[in-house]
Ligand binder design. Structure first.
Ligand SMILES: *[C@@H]1O[C@H](CO)[C@@H](O)[C@H](O)[C@H]1NC(C)=O
Ligand SMILES: *[C@@H]1O[C@H](CO)[C@@H](O)[C@H](O)[C@H]1NC(C)=O
Ligand SMILES: *[C@@H]1O[C@H](CO)[C@@H](O)[C@H](O)[C@H]1NC(C)=O
Ligand SMILES: *[C@@H]1O[C@H](CO)[C@@H](O)[C@H](O)[C@H]1NC(C)=O
Ligand SMILES: *[C@@H]1O[C@H](CO)[C@@H](O)[C@H](O)[C@H]1NC(C)=O
Ligand SMILES: *[C@@H]1O[C@H](CO)[C@@H](O)[C@H](O)[C@H]1NC(C)=O
Ligand SMILES: *[C@@H]1O[C@H](CO)[C@@H](O)[C@H](O)[C@H]1NC(C)=O
Ligand SMILES: *[C@@H]1O[C@H](CO)[C@@H](O)[C@H](O)[C@H]1NC(C)=O
Length: 475
C-alpha cells in the first residue's frame, strides 16, 4: 500500500506525544486576545483567501465554564474537554468548553496537541467554526459522542443552518477516535422543502437549509480516521478548498431515504485518499465536484445509496476541471448508480483520466453511467457547450444490476462527445429476471478491449470530427 503524506504525519504526531518530553508549559488563560473559534458565521463557499469569517464574534461575553483540575494534564499535551468545563451528559451545551479547549490547544507551543472527547460521555455543541492556523499539529480525538442541537427548532437562531462543525485554515489536523458523531438529522429530513415531502412526490415551499455535519475549508494535511458518523442533516463530510486529505476506516450510516446525505463530498480539493471505509446513506457515497484532481478511492463498501459520483459539473454554465481520479477495489450495493459521471449542459472544462478498476456491483440500477444531460427540472434546453469527458477507463467491473435500467449508459453531448472510453472485463448480469437491456450509447467514442457482458456494440470508433479542433477546453 502506498503511503500518503498524511498517514506518516498522523503517526508521527502520536509518536511525538508518546516520546517527546514536554517542552511547552500548559498555559491556560481565561481570556484570549485571538480566539481561533467562532460560533458559525457563514463562510463564503468560494475558496478565496479573503473569504474568512468577516467579524468573528470574539467579543461576545462568554459564560466561563468552571475549570476542573482533575482533568487537566500538563504532562502530555492532552486537552480533555472536561478540563474546560464540558459536561458530557448529552444535554448540557458544551460549546464554550470546546471553544476554550480548541483555543488553548491551538495556541500551545508544543509540536502536537490532542483535544480529547472522552469515551462514555456525550457532548452537545452548537454550530461552530474551529479556526487555524495553529502552532504545530492538532488532533481532535473523539472517543465519546458529539451531537448538535436536535433539529431546526432547537438550532440557535444566530448560528449557521448550513454547517455544523467547520475546520477552517488548518494545516496538519487529524480528526479521529473510536467515538460517534451523531448528526441527529431526522427533523431536518422532514422539512417540507425536502424531496417527496409535498403531495405526489413533489416538494413544498418552506425553509430548506440543513447543516453539513463536518466541513473542512481551505485546510491542508488533514486526516479523518476511525470515526463513526451517522444521520447528518445534509452531507456528512465536505472538503472544500483543501489539499492532502486522507480519510481512513470511517463508517457512515444514514437511512436510504434521507435526502442529500452524501457520505463524503470533495470540491476544489487535491491529493485525496479515501480508503477502507463503509458508507450507507440516502445519496452519493462519495461525490467529487469541480476542481478536484489526484484522488484515490480504494476498498470502499457503498450502499444502499447513490454510488460514487463525479459531478454534477457545469451547472449554471460553469467551468469544471476534474482529472486523475481512481476508484478501485470496492463494492457498491443496492444503489441507484454504481460509478457515475454527470454533467449539466452548457458547462465547460473537462473530466479526464478517470479509472474505475475492480468494482463489484450488487443489484445496482445504473452500474456504469455517464450522463451529460443531467437536469433536475425536466425542461432543460439543449445547449452546445458541455464539459468534455475523455480518457475514462472501466476495468474489471462485475456483478449484478437492477433490470429497471440498462447496465451501461453513456449519454454524451452532441456537440462535445465523450472520447476514449475504455471497457475491459466488464461483466454485469441481472440481479433478478432475465431481461437483458442493451447498453445505451449516445455520442460516445471508445472501445471494448474484451468481450463484455452484456456486449457493447454502440461505442463509436476513433475520434469525432468536432474534437480534433481546438474548440474543447482541456483545462
Ligand atoms: C448566540 O446567542 C447566544 C444566546 O443569546 C449567545 O450566548 C451566543 O454568544 C450567540 N452566538 C453568536 C455567534 O452570536
Ligand atoms: C496525565 O498524563 C499522564 C501521562 O500520559 C498519565 O499517566 C496520567 O494518568 C494523566 N493524568 C490525568 C489526570 O489524566
Ligand atoms: C503539509 O505537510 C507537509 C509536511 O509537513 C508540508 O511540507 C506541506 O507544506 C504541508 N502542506 C501545506 C499545503 O501546508
Ligand atoms: C477494507 O476495508 C475494510 C473495512 O471496511 C477492512 O476491514 C479491510 O481490512 C480492508 N481491506 C484491506 C485489504 O485493507
Ligand atoms: C494521480 O494521482 C495520484 C494520487 O492519487 C498521484 O500519485 C499521481 O502522481 C497522479 N498522477 C499524475 C499524472 O499527476
Ligand atoms: C436534446 O438532445 C438529445 C440528444 O440529441 C435529444 O434526445 C433530446 O430530445 C434533446 N432535447 C431537447 C429538449 O431538444
Ligand atoms: C488522454 O490520455 C492521453 C494519454 O495519456 C493524453 O495524451 C491526452 O492528453 C489525454 N486527454 C485528455 C483530454 O486529458
Ligand atoms: C485513453 O485513456 C487512457 C486512460 O483512461 C489512457 O491511458 C490512454 O493513453 C488514452 N488513449 C488515448 C489514445 O488518448
Amino acid at each position: 500500500m502506498r503511503h500518503s503524506h498524511i498517514l506518516p504525519l498522523a503517526l508521527s504526531l502520536y509518536f511525538l506525544t508518546l516520546f517527546l518530553p514536554s517542552q511547552a508549559r500548559y498555559h491556560y488563560h481565561k481570556k484570549h486576545k485571538h480566539s481561533n473559534y467562532h460560533n458559525a458565521p457563514e463562510i463564503s463557499p468560494s475558496p478565496s483567501p479573503f473569504s474568512g469569517p468577516s467579524s468573528p464574534p470574539d467579543e461576545a461575553p462568554c459564560p466561563s465554564p468552571s475549570v476542573d483540575d482533575n482533568y487537566r494534564n500538563t504532562s502530555n499535551n492532552l486537552f480533555d474537554v472536561r478540563a474546560f468545563g464540558a459536561i458530557g451528559d448529552g444535554v448540557t451545551d458544551a460549546t464554550e468548553s470546546f471553544k476554550m479547549a480548541w483555543d488553548t490547544a491551538c495556541q500551545s507551543e508544543s509540536a502536537v496537541k490532542v483535544i480529547l472527547v472522552p469515551q462514555g460521555l456525550s457532548f452537545v455543541i452548537q454550530s461552530a467554526i474551529f479556526t487555524g492556523p495553529c502552532k504545530g499539529g492538532l488532533v481532535l480525538k473523539v472517543d465519546g459522542t458529539l451531537m448538535p442541537p436536535d433539529g431546526p427548532d432547537s438550532w440557535p437562531k444566530n448560528t449557521s443552518k448550513r454547517q455544523w462543525l467547520v475546520f477552517y485554515r488548518i494545516n496538519g489536523f487529524s480528526l479521529e477516535g473510536s467515538g460517534l458523531i451523531d448528526g441527529r438529522g431526522e427533523k431536518w429530513w422532514d422539512l417540507p422543502c425536502k424531496p417527496h415531502k409535498g403531495p405526489h412526490g413533489t416538494t413544498s415551499p418552506g425553509p430548506c437549509d440543513s447543516p453539513v455535519a463536518i466541513r473542512f475549508f481551505m485546510s491542508s494535511n488533514l486526516s479523518v480516521q476511525g470515526l463513526k458518523i451517522k444521520n447528518s442533516p445534509q452531507f456528512h463530510f465536505r472538503f472544500d478548498g483543501c489539499e492532502s486529505v486522507h480519510v481512513e476506516s470511517i463508517y457512515i450510516t444514514a437511512p436510504a431515504l434521507s435526502p442529500n446525505t452524501d457520505g463524503i463530498h470533495i470540491e476544489n480539493t487535491n491529493d485525496v485518499k479515501i480508503y477502507n471505509s463503509v458508507i450507507s446513506n440516502g445519496d452519493d457515497c462519495v461525490s467529487i465536484g469541480a476542481g478536484c484532481h489526484d484522488v484515490d478511492i480504494k476498498n470502499m463498501t457503498c450502499g444502499p445509496g447513490h454510488g460514487i459520483s463525479i459531478g454534477s459539473l457545469g451547472n449554471h454554465n460553469s467551468r469544471a476541471c476534474v482529472s486523475n481520479i481512481t476508484v478501485r477495489d470496492s463494492v457498491i450495493k443496492v444503489s441507484d448508480n454504481g460509478v457515475r459521471i454527470k454533467t449539466w449542459q452548457g458547462g465547460s472544462g473537462s473530466v479526464s483520466g478517470v479509472t474505475f478498476n475492480n468494482i463489484h456491483m450488487e443489484s445496482v440500477r445504473n452500474p456504469i453511467i455517464i450522463d451529460q444531460f443531467y437536469c433536475l427540472s425536466k425542461d432543460c434546453s439543449n445547449k452546445t457547450s458541455a464539459v468534455f469527458v475523455s480518457n475514462i477507463s472501466y476495468t474489471n467491473i462485475k456483478g449484478t444490476y437492477d433490470i429497471r435500467h440498462p447496465p451501461m449508459h453513456f449519454a454524451c453531448s452532441d456537440s462535445v462527445p465523450c472520447t476514449n472510453l475504455t471497457l475491459s472485463d466488464v461483466e454485469l448480469l441481472p440481479a433478478e429476471g432475465d431481461i437483458v437491456l442493451d447498453p445505451y450509447c449516445w455520442s460516445a467514442y471508445g472501445i471494448s478491449e474484451t468481450l463484455t457482458i452484456p456486449p457493447v456494440s454502440c461505442l463509436l470508433e476513433g475520434l469525432p470530427q468536432s474534437i480534433s479542433g481546438n474548440d474543447v477546453d482541456h483545462c
